[in-house]
Design a protein around this ligand. Structure first.
Ligand code: ATP
Length: 239
């Protein structure tokens, strides 16, 4: 694998009690890449992201970020190392305002002026968040909550952004806005590890992709190559 890695996941195993969700997953995300994880419900995509972001502790294997061993570190230890996770279910605080949720994204930063500039950028990407900044986050629509989760993650200025199902439950136009934004932030050099039910959407924008089945990587390749692969087309693109 000649891609210079930002993130490496080597033979990672995850158990929930007696259930083994990951049987030894290996993958990597190169600097500046978008990498997609696709697979059916229950294949282990969310568990992989949770293990990477420190939301759960793997029962085996090794994870490195920029060459540093981060295996078993907790989420709050990984944020200062440049990792941000917009989790499944979005993870926003419904009883805080949009503005307060955004402020939390930048809680580790002290560069007040740059934070303000980044926030204006988020409002440029998602103008509806500016209109609703004094509103409780729990009153936003699903699409708006997803935008808020992404905007909040971006405000920590991560080098690696983890996204779980950004298109879930969203109207096609909202999904399009979100994916356009992801392309833009990736163009600034931010790496993205993306879990997405919509395999076509994910592989179309991904430099590289992995297919998970029952806790294992069964296929890997460039996004385009996977899009064109007969197996992927049959199993995940409904052909
Ligand atoms: P989905 O798209 O449905 O979220 P996924 O590919 O993200 O699926 P995971 O959520 O990682 O898959 O689940 C992998 C396996 O682990 C599944 O068999 C699931 O039932 C199981 N699992 C996930 N979370 C738990 C949990 N908290 N307790 C017990 N089993 C779990």
């Amino acid at each position: 694998d000649p891609r210079p890695p930002l993130l490496t996941v080597e033979d990672v195993k995850v158990h929930y009690g007696a259930i083994q969700a990951l049987k030894g997953v290996s993958l990597s995300v190169g600097k500046g890449e978008v990498v997609a994880l696709i697979g059916a419900n229950g294949a282990g995509k969310t568990s992989t992201l949770r293990a990477v972001s420190g939301m759960l502790k793997p029962s085996g294997g090794k994870i490195t970020l920029a060459g540093q061993n981060i295996t078993g570190m907790k989420a709050h230890q990984l944020v200062p190392k440049g990792m941000a996770h917009a989790p499944e279910g979005r993870g926003i605080f419904p009883n805080l305002t949009v503005q307060e949720n955004l402020d939390l994204g930048a809680y580790l930063r002290r560069d007040t002026e740059a934070i303000a500039a980044d926030q204006e950028k988020s409002f440029g990407l998602f103008p509806v968040l500016k209109e609703r900044r004094k509103q409780m986050a729990g009153t936003l629509s699903g699409g708006e909550q997803q935008m808020l989760a992404i905007a909040r993650a971006l405000l920590s200025r991560p080098q690696l952004l983890l996204l779980d199902e950004p298109s879930l439950g969203l109207a096609p136009q909202v999904t399009e806005t979100i994916f356009r934004t992801l392309r833009d932030v990736n163009a600034t050099g931010m790496s993205i590890l993306l879990v997405e039910q919509n395999a076509h959407l994910a592989l179309s924008m991904a430099h590289y992709g992995y297919v998970l089945e029952t806790g294992e990587v069964v296929m890997a390749g460039k996004g385009k190559a996977l899009l064109e692969s007969p197996e992927v087309r049959k199993a995940y693109l409904g052909e």
